[in-house]
Design a protein around this ligand. Structure first.
Ligand code: GH3
Ligand code: MG
Ligand code: MG
Ligand code: MG
Length: 317
């Protein structure tokens, strides 16, 4: 159910509202260029069209270009269309991508199988261009409605970054992933310093505006596609940093600290300095069977507490 390249603020697929006006993207997959050409003619005028002639190439384009829908051939040498569809549906970052089979197969078994591996539709060749166009439009409408729903469920309304619900799901997912791959997982928490005083001095609307600036500033510092920032609580943010060790996470925390200061949100009531600052706590470990994701949160919180007690406006880890 989770989407990928959720164009957070950072991410695309989850945030269709930020993409209004863009051309929707189609990926056409067929081992025979002449078949691709036939479909290309149908869609080129209205859509941004990507093309792939093999399963692996199709999967790579899905991850890289974030198409809104895939038109997929069944019979291809090597990885066939069923397998491509299976892999799309098994990938947490791709599974909401609608797949439409377009194939010379017309037997009910082939169609049933295609729908069972996760396709939303099955179109037999030779096809009628107008019908294919209409069906694709219908599936895209449903897909965008799903994107919008996910945005409403997983994005924080005030700041535009992910919300706590998404954070919880993503942390569990990244924890499992790191356990399987034996890689380090880091968590960073950031808490605005003297934010209550900021509200008291400048008002809640200014406080809200400042939170938006803090959120987007933090998001901009993220470097890798798998990194994410969420609003963990009122004026607290949490970043999940997959495949990142303690030194890497602490260095990023330092950059975030500097970036928030550089955003220059005047805060005359702060004891740290005359602009808004955050305190950051970082924790890292290599997940294994004996650990819980919650331990990472507790450890990062302890470091945050340390940063607060050492004078705020700094990162500890
Ligand atoms: P510290 O440096 O120890 O973190 O002090 P602090 O004042 O930031 O911490 P505290 O937890 O006491 O206060 C957090 C404040 O954040 C209290 C609350 O009114 C404010 N806050 C939480 N969510 C929002 C929000 O959505 N908008 C605004 N404007 N303020 C919020
Ligand atoms: Mg073929
Ligand atoms: Mg707080
Ligand atoms: Mg605070």
């Amino acid at each position: 159910m989770m989407q990928s390249k959720y164009l957070d603020p950072q991410d695309r697929a989850l945030n269709p509202m930020l993409q209004l006006g863009r051309k929707l993207r189609l990926l056409i997959v067929d081992d025979q260029p002449v078949n691709i050409q036939a479909l290309y003619q149908v869609f080129a005028a209205d859509y941004q069209v990507f093309m792939a002639t093999s399963g692996p190439q199709a999967l790579a384009i899905c991850r890289d270009k974030h198409p809104d829908l895939v038109l997929l051939d069944v019979q291809m040498p090597g990885m066939d269309g069923y397998e491509v569809c299976r892999q799309i549906k098994a990938d947490a970052e791709l599974q909401d991508l609608p797949v439409v089979f377009v194939t010379a197969h017309s037997e009910p078994q082939a169609e049933t199988f295609g729908l069972e591996v996760g396709a939303v539709d099955f179109i037999s060749k030779p096809f009628n261009p107008a019908v294919v166009r209409a069906r694709v439009k219908t599936h895209l409408t449903i897909k965008l409605q799903g994107d919008l729903l996910r945005q409403m469920v997983f994005i924080d309304g005030l700041t535009g970054v992910y919300n706590r619900r998404f954070f919880d799901e993503r942390l569990a997912l990244e924890f499992q992933r790191a356990k399987r791959s034996g890689t380090m997982l880091s968590l960073m928490v950031a808490d605005v310093d003297y934010f209550k005083r900021f509200n008291d001095r400048y008002g809640h609307l200014a406080g809200d505006e400042a939170l938006r600036t803090v959120a987007t500033t933090l998001a901009k510092q993220l470097k890798r596609p798998g990194d994410m920032v969420s609003r963990y609580g009122g004026e607290e943010f949490a970043c999940i940093l997959p495949d990142t060790d303690a030194a890497g996470a602490l260095s990023l925390a330092g950059e975030m600290n500097a970036a928030i200061r550089a955003a220059h949100i005047i805060h005359a009531e702060s004891d740290v300095c005359d602009v808004m600052t955050v305190s950051l706590g970082v924790a890292s470990f290599r997940p294994d069977a004996t650990r819980l994701a919650e331990e990472l949160i507790v450890a990062a919180d302890q470091q945050l507490y340390l940063a607060k007690s050492q004078g705020r406006g700094r990162a500890c880890g």
